[in-house]
Design a protein around this ligand. Structure first.
Ligand code: ZN
Ligand code: ZN
Ligand code: ZN
Length: 262
């Protein structure tokens, strides 16, 4: 492939697994009027050449694609099988109907295994009178793969005891849930324009990166712009961003980032 297309990234959700506001919580962030303190579950929309790809289908997927006015969806790429990243899958049906096609999904064997169990009704062969999602499953083996002419490179990242995937495409990388980025993966993340990193909160967590840890990762990788995501209600948007080094920002729902072609 000669060069990569221009990309438009839309942050569909920047929140942690329970979202912000968090049910039953009345803290300053959960009560904030700042729209950037309202965080649906974590996902991004990747637009290029009139194509739309989402990374993960969160429990808020329907709300997110309505809000971002996504009328057409060409593929879904999955990072890992946790509920906050897969549970919106049933809502691909309107795209099946409109486009008259199966939805290509790209995921590790482990993630596909969980999807097959969690959504067993999609895969049982029994006769039915209701519409279920129509999917084309593509199992990732860790090698780069092609999505509509764009090469996606899986980036192994440590998420507690699990090894899951972040993804690089062009000069953009999206690394959600992680507690550590292995050295061999750091090597795949040089020369980025835009980098997303998990930054749950300040307090250490067994499966997620903190603000300080992600600042350290960002300062090694030196992307032109780094955005933190998978954020919990400990981090007020404005106050937190004021304390971040230059070129590091908090992502927020609805944020759009354009990256020019190379
Ligand atoms: Zn998550
Ligand atoms: Zn709260
Ligand atoms: Zn997770």
């Amino acid at each position: 492939m000669s060069g990569t297309p221009a990309f438009k990234i839309t942050v569909l959700g920047s929140g942690t697994s329970v979202g912000v506001p968090t049910v039953g919580c009345h803290c300053a962030v959960c009560s904030s009027d700042d729209p950037r303190d309202k965080r649906l579950r974590p996902s991004i929309l990747v637009g290029f050449d009139n194509h739309n790809v989402v990374i993960d289908t969160t429990p808020d997927f329907r709300t997110q694609v309505l809000r971002a006015k996504v009328d057409r969806l060409d593929a879904i790429v999955y990072t890992h099988p946790h509920a906050d990243h897969i549970m919106g899958l049933d809502d691909v049906r309107p795209f099946n109907f409109r486009q008259g096609q199966h939805m290509p999904i790209y995921a590790s064997s482990e993630t596909l295994g969980v999807i097959r169990r969690a959504f067993s009704y999609i895969f049982d062969q029994s006769p039915r009178s209701t519409y279920v999602p129509r999917l084309d499953l593509h199992e990732l083996d860790g090698s780069p793969f092609d999505v509509l002419g764009v090469e996606f490179t899986p980036i192994p990242i440590r998420h507690g005891h699990d090894l899951i995937f972040g993804f690089r495409f062009g000069r953009i990388a999206y690394l959600t849930d992680h507690s550590a980025v292995p050295e061999s993966s750091m090597e795949l993340l040089r020369g980025l324009d835009v980098l997303f990193l998990d930054a749950l909160r300040h307090k250490p967590h067994p499966t997620h990166s903190t603000v300080q840890q992600s600042i350290a990762t960002a300062s090694v990788l030196q992307a032109r712009r780094t955005y933190f995501t998978h954020i919990c209600h400990d981090l007020p948007h404005v106050k937190t961003e004021l304390c971040l080094p230059p070129n590091i920002f908090l992502a927020y729902d609805g944020l759009e980032i354009e990256v020019s072609a190379r």
